[in-house]
Design a binder for this molecule. Sequence first.
Ligand SMILES: [Zn+2]
Ligand SMILES: [Zn+2]
Length: 383
Amino acid sequence: MNRRILAFIILLLLPLAGFSQISIRIFARSKPASVIFTPESGVFLLRDGAAATGVRLSQGDVVVITSFEDRVIYRTRSGIFGAADSIAFTPASDGALFRLRAPGNAEPEKVLNGKLTVRPFPGSLQVLNFTTVEESLPGVVRAEAGKLGPSDYFRAQAVVARTYFYRNMERHSLDGYNFCDDIHCQVYPGVVTDSVIVNACRSTAGKVLTDRDSLLIEAAFHGNCGGETASSADVWLAGYPYLVSVKDPWCSYSASFTWRRGIPRADWDSFLVSKGITPGNEGALYKSQPGEGRIASRSAQGRSVTSEEIRLRFGLRSAYFSLAPAGDSIIVNGRGYGHGVGLCQDGAKHMAEKKQGYETIIGFYYPGTIITDIKNARRPARP
Ligand SMILES: [Zn+2]
Ligand SMILES: [Zn+2]
């Protein structure tokens, strides 16, 4: 191979391999003005921005941190206190864990590993946890995939969540960190110890999903596809060759597979008017029958309405449904739960119960993709 091309390729691959360190903003949704730090196990060093030496903290110590104007104030149970531009808690022993909570906060407390920094943020605190992809993965997998299921279901979810991490490293680069702990990125409840999930993450360590050009994929997933996954082009207007519709025979056992809703005629009529359709003359919208497959859009009077628009307007469980007028309601017979794109969680779980390995599960829901080590993967220029 030409030497310059080789150098170029190495340059492209290097940054990802070195990216396993990540920063996650904790309590990103509630943005508390005060947090309480307690070592759970091991020893931590508390350092404020100005001090040359740190304060040793171990089990039983409590540090209360509060924002005050553009400073943070901290106070330990033993009476040490100070004010600083920022403070940091660094682990001083292997495997050290700490507990973090925000008084009066609706978000539950978290057990975390790695380093923590706290800075003032307008009206609140910016709390950042410095950890690694692999150490935070079990928590993310449990939050996104649930607690119960067979190993290969969690292995598939681990590869999907890891792929998301590496593909979206720059999601919060303007804010000065990598990810938030909320649904905007991936929900991070902290360190978890569920052994099936921890083992699923370990046994797939470093494995991610790429397309044939070694680019990390958009690894979308949802609760239940209703028997047929949706193409991303229909839902998000962005098409990917691996996010195409596949017929799914695996998820019909689930309670989410079918659902039914009635929409009051008056609400439906005002929706039609907002779409430029005159009520009373919209019969063309009702042609499809349940089981005929997904319909991306319907039209009447020369105006078209997408299933996604109807789903959002009426808060439906999915965009896979048929519509039928009945007296003063519109009956919606639906299938599945969620946007329907990519991996179907109910189907993946059932595949794993039937002894299909995680590679087979991934190949089924993301056709044409490759499971590979992160060192062989590249991040798309603009995900
Ligand atoms: Zn985010
Ligand atoms: Zn499905």
